[in-house]
Ligand binder design. Structure first.
Ligand SMILES: [Fe+2]
Ligand SMILES: [Fe+2]
Length: 199
């Protein structure tokens, strides 16, 4: 595993210290969902949106235990200790996303679901190899999430759900940049390229 010197050139403004600061600052701006204008949803609306919301609520709720082990290993080997706290903050932010969706589900009396088949596939895939595999799968999930929340926001009239989607979009784009930053410093082997094509 090769890591280039990231203290030089244009990458300097995107170092792990800066990412850590970004996540800590973003954590102070957590969403307080406003349900004051929320109306009851019809059964048709519920059937359309909640299966996917339940799946994402579960997917965003990972405790990050396996992820943190490979992150710590990578960070210590490359003398990038700030990466550990940046990633801890990232996991915390994803858990907030899960909490927003759970609040929305609770408001509409919708139960949480056990993990879905797709969620189990993503978790298994992430654990196939070290940090490269983890981050490649993660960034793919982030791109799917970005597209999903954008589509969900456009197809719902619910003010609370629109507010949640706006917060997700605000957070998810930097997530893609954060994971891409790490990938840009790791050499790609045939397995990584094959995994990306597969995903
Ligand atoms: Fe998320
Ligand atoms: Fe994310």
């Amino acid at each position: 595993m090769n890591m280039v010197n990231i203290t030089h050139s244009k990458m300097n403004r995107f170092n792990y210290k800066a990412w850590k600061k970004y996540f800590i600052a973003n954590d102070r701006k957590r969403l307080q969902i406003d349900f004051s204008r929320e109306k009851d949803l019809t059964e048709v609306e519920k059937k359309l949106i909640f299966p996917s919301i339940q799946a994402f609520q579960k997917g965003e709720a990972s405790n990050g235990n396996f992820l943190m082990r490979v992150v710590e290993d990578f960070a210590y080997k490359n003398h990038e200790e700030d990466y550990i706290e940046a990633m801890r903050q990232f996991v915390k932010e994803e858990n907030w996303h899960s909490a927003y969706l759970k609040k929305y589900m609770d408001y509409h009396d919708v139960q949480s679901k056990d993990s879905t088949f797709l969620d189990r596939c993503f978790r298994r895939l992430r654990q196939l190899g070290g940090i490269k595999c983890e981050i490649t799968v993660l960034v793919t999930a982030e791109i799917i999430a970005l597209t999903y929340y954008d589509a969900l926001s456009r197809c719902t009239a619910s003010p609370a759900l629109k507010e949640i989607c706006a917060q997700m979009l605000n957070d998810e784009l930097p997530h893609i940049m954060f994971q891409s930053y790490t990938l840009s410093h790791i050499e790609n082997g045939w397995f990584d390229q094959a995994l990306r094509v597969f995903l």
